[in-house]
Design a protein around this ligand. Structure first.
Ligand SMILES: Nc1ncnc2c1ncn2[C@@H]1O[C@H](COP(=O)(O)OP(=O)(O)O)[C@@H](O)[C@H]1O
Ligand SMILES: [Mg+2]
Length: 323
């Protein structure tokens, strides 16, 4: 099945906007995807689940949808479940993988089970023994809400006495709060593309904040943050990170596409998985498109490739065949 002008896809919905805290970035992602698909001659239409009901989604009779939603109600398995119910193939990982990936602690338990490197962690609660947490994980450590999309509750703790306040802050964003071993080193992210035996890692992107120390403010609010792709890291390390990212993708049963965040410890160059994003940013300046371009796949082609991988859970487990 090839689509020279993309016309073989039928009516396509691009889901963006939505109700999560990441609504604004989703609008940028979705607008870019919509334009790219239309430019390829695909009959693509915008659909904002925050403004229209699931009944209207069913009424649109989309043949497949591109999910460009981020965070809750878009990336967490709930929209994927609704699309399964409606029988509309969708891009990205299925219900279970999306739901697990949204929960960082659950994801890490799975990775540990598969022998994949991820920083040590502990769940926190109001009655946690703070000194023992600091002793087990070492200092500094990171306190964060377990659910993705809640970046605001994250603290780097350098002294055990700061733990109760860091916990209280994270608990404002999420019932599940975790403390994690701090990995001092290089920050990388690695996109994954494809399904089953065809899944592959794209080139790694290196993220450099203006301050060589970890700094949350810099990373998210400074336009001086640098994104390097090609990453410039030694080829053997690049490959090791790609293999780890691909293994992390497979361990959750991901399909379609995703992006794994990795820290490489400075002392021994050991890569550690932080989390996997199952509906990453997809503006033309986002990290997955940046990496795909280095792999020889321009933005429009990437959008079409992701759209082509749209599926339902059952098709993948029972009937899935590569196109
Ligand atoms: N254990 C850790 N060690 C060092 N830096 C961390 C650690 N956990 C998070 N960070 C930093 O915080 C950022 C956000 O954390 P992450 O777990 O990726 O959550 P999210 O991207 O959902 O906010 C990371 O990109 C990294 O810069
Ligand atoms: Mg992240």
């Amino acid at each position: 099945m090839s689509h020279p002008n993309g016309n073989g896809f039928g009516k396509v919905g691009v889901l963006f906007g939505g109700r999560s805290a990441e609504r604004e970035i989703s609008i940028f992602s979705g607008t870019g995807v919509l334009q790219a698909l239309q430019a390829q001659g695909i009959d693509a239409h915008a659909f904002d689940p925050a403004q229209r009901s699931l009944a209207e989604l069913a009424g649109e009779k989309f043949v497949r949808v591109f999910i460009a939603l981020h965070g809750r109600y878009g990336e967490d398995g709930t929209m994927q479940g609704a699309l399964e119910q409606l029988g509309i193939p969708y891009t990205g990982p299925g219900v279970l993988a999306s739901a697990i990936a949204m929960d960082k602690a659950m994801t890490k338990r799975l990775w540990l089970q598969h022998g994949l490197a991820t920083p040590k962690f502990e769940m926190l609660h109001a009655g946690s023994d703070w000194r023992s947490v600091a002793h087990t994980l070492g200092l500094p450590l990171i306190v964060k809400p377990a659910h993705e999309g809640s970046t605001l509750g994250l603290t780097k703790v350098t002294d055990a006495a700061q733990l109760p306040a860091a916990y209280a802050l994270a608990a404002k964003f999420d019932k599940a709060v975790m403390a994690e071993e701090f990995i001092s080193g290089m920050e990388l992210t690695c996109p994954l593309l494809g399904t089953g035996d065809h899944a592959r890692a794209l080139p790694v992107v290196r993220i450099i904040a203006p301050d060589s120390n970890y700094d949350y403010q810099n990373k998210y609010f400074s336009d001086q943050t640098q994104y390097l792709c090609p990453s410039g890291i030694p080829p053997a390390l690049e490959q090791q990170v790609q293999q780890l990212a691909l293994a992390s993708y497979r361990s959750l049963g991901c399909r379609g596409w995703a992006r794994a965040d990795v820290m490489v410890r400075a002392t021994d160059q050991q890569p550690y998985l932080l989390e996997i994003n199952t509906s990453p940013g997809m503006t033309s300046h986002s990290l997955v498109p940046m990496s795909a371009a280095v792999a020889g796949m321009p933005y429009e082609q990437l959008c079409v490739a992701i759209l082509r991988s749209a599926a339902l859970d059952l098709q993948v487990s029972a009937d899935w065949k590569p196109h």
